[in-house]
Write a protein that binds this ligand. Structure first.
Ligand SMILES: [Zn+2]
Length: 480
C-alpha cells in the first residue's frame, strides 16, 4: 500500500450535503489543537448557479489553485484533499513514522485535476464506423451500423475492439460509461472482460432486437432475454461492472420482447435499462405506426414497464408536455448527445427545459457522435444551446460530465467528485495542451474564462494522465 499525493490545481463539484460534510471535518480538525494546519479554506463558489441534475439538490464548484489530493492505492479511494500546505503537513511526513505507509508525491502543480469524465450513452462496436457519410438515423442504421455490428459474434473482433475502445476512453479522460454492445453475448463478454482487467466502472448489456433489423442481428424474443439474464447472473455488480438491459429501441423489439424487458427490469432493484427515444421525426412516425394504440413513443415504454430511475433514454428531442411529465413522474433520465444530433441532422435538444422536468446527462453517442471526447461534446452542446439562445456555462458543462452524470446514473456515492472514500478515478489536464490553448490562456482573466476555453478548445490533447481507482492507466506520450 502506498499513499499518493497529487499536487495540482483541483476542480470538482460538491452538493450541499458534501459541503456540510467538509465543513464538519474542518470544524473537528480546528478543535484538534495538535493539528495547527487545518482547517484549510476550501474555495467553494456559492455565487455560481448550476441547474441540478437531481431536482432540489444544489451543486457548487470548488476550485483550489494550490491543492493536493491524497489517494490510497490499496483501496483505490480518495483519502483526502485540500490546500497543498495543509495536506502536506498532515500526510507527507507519515512515511517517516514507523508503521505508516510509504508516500509518493506526484508534482502536477501546473496542471488541473478533475474527477474522471462519465459518458452516459455510447456504442462501443460503432467505433469502427464513426464518421459515415450522408444519412439520417434510419438509413444510417441500415447502411452502416448493422453492417458493422454483424462482426461482433466473433469473440476476437469483440475483444480487440473492446480493448481499443476502452483505451480510447481513457485517452479522452473518460473513466466510466453506459455502453451499448451488440446483440451477440460475445460482445458483452469481451467488453466486461477488458473493463474488469482495467478495473473501470462500466455498464453494458446485450442489445435486444427481434424484428425490423437484418436477420443475422436479430435474436429470437425469449433467447435475447435469456442472454441478458445470463449476463446479469455473471457480471452484474461483479467488481466495478454493472449490467443494463438494452433494447435498441421500440422499432427493433416486438411488443412481446418489450414486455419481457419490462418484467425483467422490474424484477431487479439495481440493474439499469438503456434505450433510445424520439431522436428523429421519421423514427417517431414509425413508432406511431407500429404502436397505433399508444399515446406516443414514450407511452410504449411506459406502458410496458421500461421507465424508472435506473432508465436512461438517449436523445428525447421530440417530446410533448405530457411526455416530459411522465419522465418526471417516473424519474426516467435523458442522455443528451449533441455531436450525434448535429451529425445525423436529428434536431436541437432543449437542455434547460428538459432539466426542469428530469435528470439529463451528457453523452457522446459514438458512432453517430463524432468524438469520444467529453470536452468536444460539451463544445457542441454549447453550440446547440446557443441556437436556442441559452448559453451553456463551462461550470454547468463540467459539472454535468462529472458529478452530474454520476448523479444521473445513481453512482454519485462512488464517483463524480473528490469526496473522501470515493473511488479515485480522475484526470490530469493540461490547460495549455495545444499551442493555441497555451496562447489563449495567457489572455484570460478569470477561472470561468479559462474553463470556457478548455470546454471549447479542449479534447484528448489536453489529457495528460488518467487514473482508475488510484492506478495510472493512461499517460500521454511525450514527444521527443
Ligand atoms: Zn445511441
Amino acid at each position: 500500500m502506498t499513499i499518493h499525493i497529487y499536487q495540482a490545481q483541483l476542480l470538482h463539484y460538491l452538493t450541499e450535503e458534501n459541503l456540510a460534510n467538509r465543513m464538519q471535518r474542518a470544524t473537528s480538525d480546528a478543535a484538534d489543537l495538535t493539528n495547527t494546519e487545518r482547517p484549510d479554506l476550501t474555495v467553494v463558489d456559492k455565487n455560481v448557479t448550476l441547474l441540478p441534475v437531481i431536482a432540489g439538490v444544489k451543486v457548487y464548484p470548488e476550485y483550489i489553485a494550490d491543492a493536493a489530493l491524497v489517494v490510497d492505492d490499496a483501496t483505490g479511494c480518495v483519502v483526502d484533499y485540500g490546500s497543498k500546505k495543509a495536506i502536506m503537513a498532515e500526510y507527507a511526513s507519515s512515511s517517516a513514522q514507523e508503521g505508516k505507509a510509504p508516500v509518493k508525491i506526484h508534482d502536477y502543480q501546473d496542471k488541473l485535476i478533475m474527477p474522471g469524465f462519465i459518458d452516459t450513452h455510447v456504442h462501443y462496436p460503432q467505433i469502427d464506423m464513426i464518421a459515415a457519410f450522408g444519412e439520417q438515423l434510419l438509413d444510417w442504421l441500415n447502411n452502416y451500423t448493422f453492417v458493422t455490428e454483424a462482426n461482433f459474434g466473433d469473440p476476437k473482433v469483440a475483444h480487440d475492439t473492446s480493448k481499443f475502445f476502452l483505451n480510447q476512453l481513457l485517452a479522452n479522460g473518460t473513466t466510466s460509461a453506459l455502453v451499448f454492445s451488440t446483440s451477440h453475448p460475445e460482445s458483452v463478454e469481451a467488453f466486461f472482460t477488458e473493463s474488469e482487467r482495467l478495473n473501470t466502472r462500466m455498464i453494458t448489456g446485450n442489445v435486444l432486437m427481434d424484428h425490423n433489423a437484418p436477420e443475422h442481428l436479430c435474436v429470437p424474443t425469449e433467447q435475447g432475454i435469456r442472454d441478458t439474464q445470463n449476463i446479469i447472473d455473471k457480471w452484474h455488480e461483479r467488481g466495478r461492472q454493472h449490467v443494463a438491459i438494452t433494447p435498441r429501441f421500440a422499432i427493433t423489439s416486438t411488443p412481446k420482447q418489450l414486455q419481457m424487458t419490462g418484467e425483467l427490469y422490474r424484477s431487479y432493484d439495481s440493474v439499469y435499462l438503456q434505450t433510445h427515444l424520439a431522436e428523429n421525426l421519421d423514427e417517431v412516425a414509425f413508432v406511431r405506426e407500429l404502436y397505433p394504440n399508444h399515446k406516443g413513443y414514450l407511452d410504449v415504454y411506459h406502458d410496458l414497464g421500461l421507465l424508472g430511475r435506473r432508465t436512461t433514454l438517449a436523445h428525447g428531442i421530440y417530446l410533448e408536455t405530457a411526455e416530459y411529465e411522465v419522465l418526471r413522474d417516473t424519474g426516467t433520465q435523458i442522455a443528451h448527445c449533441p455531436t450525434s444530433n448535429l451529425f445525423l441532422g436529428s434536431g436541437l435538444f432543449d437542455l434547460s427545459k428538459t432539466l426542469s422536468y428530469t435528470g439529463v446527462s451528457i453523452a457522446t453517442d459514438v458512432g453517430a457522435g463524432t468524438s469520444l471526447s467529453m470536452l468536444t461534446t460539451l463544445s457542441e452542446a454549447y453550440k446547440v444551446q446557443q441556437l436556442q439562445s441559452n448559453p451553456l456555462s463551462a461550470h454547468q458543462g463540467l459539472y454535468q460530465i462529472t458529478l452530474g452524470n454520476a448523479q444521473s446514473l445513481l453512482l454519485d456515492d462512488k464517483i463524480g467528485n473528490f469526496m473522501p472514500n470515493k473511488e479515485a478515478d480522475f484526470v490530469v489536464i493540461d490547460m495549455g495542451g495545444t499551442d493555441l490553448m497555451e496562447r489563449r490562456m495567457t489572455q484570460t482573466k478569470s477561472l470561468a474564462e479559462q474553463l470556457f476555453v478548455l470546454m471549447m478548445l479542449g479534447d484528448d490533447r489536453v489529457i495528460e494522465e488518467t487514473i482508475i481507482a488510484g492506478v495510472s492507466r493512461y499517460k500521454k506520450a511525450t514527444a521527443v
